[in-house]
Design a protein around this ligand. Structure first.
Ligand SMILES: *[C@@H]1O[C@H](CO)[C@@H](O)[C@H](O)[C@H]1NC(C)=O
Ligand SMILES: *[C@@H]1O[C@H](CO)[C@@H](O)[C@H](O)[C@H]1NC(C)=O
Ligand SMILES: *[C@@H]1O[C@H](CO)[C@@H](O)[C@H](O)[C@H]1NC(C)=O
Ligand SMILES: *[C@@H]1O[C@H](CO)[C@@H](O)[C@H](O)[C@H]1NC(C)=O
Ligand SMILES: *[C@@H]1O[C@H](CO)[C@@H](O)[C@H](O)[C@H]1NC(C)=O
Ligand SMILES: *[C@@H]1O[C@H](CO)[C@@H](O)[C@H](O)[C@H]1NC(C)=O
Length: 334
């Protein structure tokens, strides 16, 4: 991801300003990007850009400021391009292209959790808007979200770091979790739901301090990378594997894991970014590791091919949990 990131920054710097759609290249501006089909999607502080993959020319841009309407299911009414009428900013932390169904999913926060479904070919065509908390609602908190395919059904996997949120004097603790969300309202539970009939399966972390860095699916394996116990004396870089199965529960239950030890015992125990190298039979993966002070970085290549399944696997940092479904219906939807 490191190399691609650099070339994107350069490409964005090369844009000629077009009226209100000025793409700036300030480093801090680009928060995330995704490549799918013939397009590149770039999220900045307050815009979503769609570029042509071949030329990196700007095709569409979507302004993320507006007024948030809490009535109905939640809707961001975009501000006029002259900047008037926008008090809220949709801060995107999950950007997931769903190529099979021609949809770009964006989720994040406008004060509360919020998601939109956009036309993959033209992001200014918004097909669905809803107040739903899929990623973290604290802007800038780390999360990973990407499309996964379980036996021909599309889902969005969200891996969200934990949080302590002060809600009118009441401290709400949110555990770091991994969930599989529906992408179609015809799937059981409705759009975005992570329920699996009568249970709500998820992976939760045993400790609060988890930062998800990257994740992807290759054939029938889902890979997720995270930093665990970042703030402690003994931080670790963790890899989790899941086998894609018929249901969300079976898939999440198949979790296995490993600790990625980088650099011959030196203290580089934090993963900054990563990239996968597609291979024929093995999966090679490159990670950039750093020490606590992020002064010293090292690039390491691992063979992360999944191990054969063992039924008795117990992970030191993550655990499968499925609570019974208690609420059904739009407002209490899981
Ligand atoms: C949702 O699924 C139904 C039934 O499979 C399909 O007809 C429809 O096109 C899907 N909608 C989207 C947005 O993919
Ligand atoms: C993109 O979608 C917008 C909104 O529906 C529409 O006005 C515009 O013509 C579309 N652009 C292209 C190139 O299809
Ligand atoms: C989440 O974001 C808040 C606000 O930006 C920040 O104070 C907090 O440290 C972040 N949490 C983690 C675990 O990074
Ligand atoms: C998935 O779709 C492919 C192509 O349409 C089909 O050959 C395959 O049998 C399907 N698999 C499942 C599990 O439904
Ligand atoms: C992670 O940190 C927690 C809280 O400080 C501690 O209880 C736990 O033992 C640590 N886990 C590991 C594996 O270091
Ligand atoms: C993934 O599947 C493709 C097509 O079946 C196959 O060619 C490739 O070797 C597989 N890759 C891995 C890493 O298993």
């Amino acid at each position: 991801m490191g190399l691609a990131w650099l070339s994107l920054l350069v490409a964005l710097g090369g844009f000629a300003p077009r009226g209100a759609d000025v793409v700036t290249s300030r480093r801090g501006d680009i928060r995330d990007f995704a490549v799918a089909a013939r397009w590149v999607y770039v999220v900045t502080e307050d815009h979503l850009y769609q570029l042509d993959l071949g030329s990196l020319g700007l095709l569409h841009s979507l302004h993320q400021r507006g007024t948030y309407d809490v009535s109905s299911d939640g809707r961001l009414n975009r501000a006029a391009l002259d900047g008037t009428g926008g008090g809220a900013t949709f801060s995107v932390n999950t950007l997931a292209p769903l190529v099979d169904i021609n949809v770009l999913l964006t989720c994040g926060a406008v004060g509360c959790g919020y998601c939109e479904l956009l036309d993959l070919a033209n992001v200014t065509r918004i097909t669905h808007q809803e107040g739903y908390e899929l990623g973290p609602i604290v802007p800038n908190n780390a999360s990973v979200g990407f499309a996964v395919n379980l036996e021909n059904q599309s889902y969005v996997l969200s891996a969200t770091q934990g949080n302590a949120i002060n809600d009118k004097g009441r401290l709400i603790i949110k555990e770091p979790h991994i969930r599989l969300h529906n992408t179609n309202k015809t799937q059981f539970g409705g759009l975005f739901s992570y329920t699996d009939k009568t249970r709500n399966p998820e992976i939760i972390a045993r400790h609060q301090s988890v930062q998800f860095v990257d994740g992807f699916q290759i054939n029938s394996t889902i890979f997720i990378f995270s930093n665990v116990n970042l703030t402690s004396e003994h931080p670790k870089v963790r890899l989790l594997w899941f086998q894609t199965k018929a249901t969300k529960t079976q898939t999440l239950r198949s979790m296995q894991g490993a600790i990625l030890d980088c650099c011959a015992g030196t203290a580089r125990r934090r993963l900054v970014s990563s990239s996968v190298v597609p291979g024929d039979r093995s999966v090679l993966w490159t990670g950039i590791f750093t020490d606590h002070g992020t002064t010293d970085t090292e690039l390491a290549v691992f063979d992360i091919s999944p191990p054969s399944h063992t039924n008795s696997y117990r992970d030191p940092d993550f655990i499968f949990k499925d609570t019974k479904e208690t609420q059904v219906g739009t407002k209490g939807r899981k």
